[in-house]
Design a protein around this ligand. Sequence first.
Ligand code: PLP
Ligand code: COI
Length: 386
Amino acid sequence: MHSEPVTASLSGPASIDISTFLPDNRRPRDTGFIVDVKVNMQMEKKALDWANLGFQYQRTDSRYSANWSQGSWNEGKLVGSEMIAVHEGAPSLHYAQQCFEGMKAQAAPDGRVLLFRPDLNCERMSQAAARLLMPAVPTELFMHGVEEAVRANYAWIPPYGSGASLYIRPMLIGLGENLGLKPAKEFEFRVFVSPVGPYYKQAGLSVISLAVSDVDRAAPKGTGSYKVGANYAGGLLATKLAQEIGANEALYLDARESRYIDEAGSANILISTEDGVLLTPKSDAILPSITRRSIMTLAAEELGMSTEERPIDLRAEFATFQEAGACGTAAVLSPIGKIWFDGQWNEVGDAGSEVGPTMQKVYDLLVGIQKGELDDERGWCHEVRI
Ligand code: PLP
Ligand code: COI
């Protein structure tokens, strides 16, 4: 661990040319990238070894909590304790009446703190809440909770250039006493944050492997397209079995025929084919990944690629795969080097353990926008005013 805080200790505005810190392919498109950086002496960063963080829970100073009962949300506030006292009969504990979100805050080169498309996380949480008969978290409350949690933990936001980010975990849980199978009468909306590094151990864009799972994640008309804890509990075994044969993660095929690609345990799938198409599975049983939707838009509109969302038959089409990737908030975009199915490892395309050019291009564009290095023409980044 570092013993020194990473914070700059300037006391007033300073002018620095950030572009000198960027690799050529990450230089911003607009001109005049000389910015004023105001560094507040009060906001010293924690003394963490930012560049070597893993994807683990790190307790931070505050979390946001609001409670719902008798039809309305209370005001909500920041709280210090990471512990929640839950009634032993709570439906979140017995019947998995809970949902959650995953987002990241990133420090931009000019000092801004950016969220990526938080409106879509809010929308997805409302959909999950409706599916599990929980009250929706109103947009203003969701955004307020997220922003408050980020602001209060400014010191934990990894500095620009460290490769780490602040993971944000909004959650909605059914509380209160209940025994029969019926919805909770009380709910808590909570947002905690934790600085994290890469999900799949290695930093940056590194190649992973997946193993097709023999157990299913989600039934055709089940809850697979909602970010609810119940989907993940069943997946723990699949992940363990995948890791036992040396894969990073499980890959699920559709539960009806075990034929079409659904998604990985924590990420959606992208495939680039021999004929230059960027493919992604169409399935009602997968999470509508915000990362995947963004990449498909960028690939079509900025990189001029043909894109297609359709069922992808793993065995029948595998030979046409040039590159593959797993994408999500935690996973970012991790190229897939090989996939275990039918009792053997199958290499994707001919890249081996190299990162292919398509995944590299798409990664650079996505991450450049998320980190505020590239123009955000679509207004996807939301600044949290510190
Ligand atoms: N699929 C699953 C099962 C996930 O847990 C995640 C992570 O959130 C994703 C896909 C990616 O979704 P997003 O890009 O919105 O983070
Ligand atoms: C995310 O990417 O935000 C997720 O929720 C995946 C989770 C399994 C860490």
